[in-house]
Design a protein around this ligand. Structure first.
Ligand SMILES: NC(=O)c1ccc[n+]([C@@H]2O[C@H](COP(=O)([O-])OP(=O)(O)OC[C@H]3O[C@@H](n4cnc5c(N)ncnc54)[C@H](OP(=O)(O)O)[C@@H]3O)[C@@H](O)[C@H]2O)c1
Length: 246
């Protein structure tokens, strides 16, 4: 079976690696990203790596009015979709979002509202098909608010709650909703941050996302040990947590 896969935010470091896994199994890929040059380079790379077909669509995913057309085109080009990955995101400067409402709004649009809007349109497609996997990249940052990134974290927490509800809605239709929560991954998003031993490569994260889509379960921590790290982090009492420089 040739899988038909939609990748939203296809130039993301993690998504590129996931797409390479799909290319290796000769899938058909529909790529959406905002930077046309990067998008063309990613598409070429995936063709060389074995993708049976690659379609591209340039779009700023914070432009909600474009969402129905993007999803309709992706769903019609190969008469259906087997999976969709929502991978776009941004790690805003916390100090800036505390002062600038427009930057704040953009961060919430990118990390929450746009993903919700896209998911709603995808849900309609998958529900009508009575099949499909919708995968959304959340983050361990959504598991507990931290002073260093609580706006980003709150968007990721909200998308986790949204995904949980959507999963229940789509259950009777046989549609799977997978929330993937990576820990730290070395990608352009984190290149300005000091790296530590908990960082994994984009390649490892991308493969994990591929496995989460092809063997879908509800919530996937990447790597899996983050489930236990976050269980400990969540259990730290607030007065102690307040003293930690996190
Ligand atoms: N890296 C980590 O440590 C980490 C950890 C947990 C979760 N995540 C999540 O993993 C996902 C992928 O991130 P990444 O690590 O692969 O980072 P990345 O390489 O910086 O990718 C982020 C992608 O989002 C795209 N994007 C941002 N705003 C957009 C918009 N308005 N419209 C269209 N595309 C937009 C960017 O496009 P441009 O190429 O045009 O900038 C870029 O391709 C994100 O949801 C992120 O929150 C990452």
């Amino acid at each position: 079976m040739t899988r038909r896969v939609l990748i939203l935010g296809a130039t993301s470091g993690i998504a590129q690696e996931t797409s390479r896994c799909f290319a290796a199994e000769h899938a058909k890929l529909f790529l959406v990203a905002r930077d046309p040059q990067k998008l063309a380079a990613v598409a070429e790379d995936l063709k060389v790596r074995g993708a049976e077909a690659v379609e591209t669509h340039q779009a700023d995913l914070n432009a909600y009015s474009d969402h129905p057309a993007i999803i309709n085109r992706a769903a019609s080009v190969w008469q259906g979709l087997d999976a969709a990955l929502i991978a776009h995101g941004s790690l805003p400067d916390q100090a800036l979002v505390e002062k600038d409402s427009l930057v704040l709004r953009d961060a919430l649009d990118t990390n929450y509202f746009s993903a919700v809007s896209l998911s709603m349109h995808l849900a309609t497609v998958f529900e009508a098909q009575r099949s499909g996997v919708l995968a959304i990249i959340g983050s361990v940052a959504g598991d507990r608010g931290r002073r260093s990134n609580y706006v980003y974290g709150s968007a990721k927490a909200a998308i986790a709650t949204f995904a949980a509800g959507l999963r229940l809605r789509l259950l009777p239709a046989g549609v799977k909703v997978v929330l993937i929560k990576p820990g730290w991954v070395s990608t352009p998003m984190t290149e300005h941050l000091p790296q530590n031993f908990l960082y994994i490569s984009a390649q490892k994260a991308g493969r994990g996302v591929y496995q989460a889509i092809t063997s879908p379960t509800s919530v996937v921590y990447l790597p899996s040990y983050w489930k236990w790290i976050m269980a400990i982090i969540r259990s730290v009492p607030e007065p102690i947590f307040a003293k930690l420089k996190l």
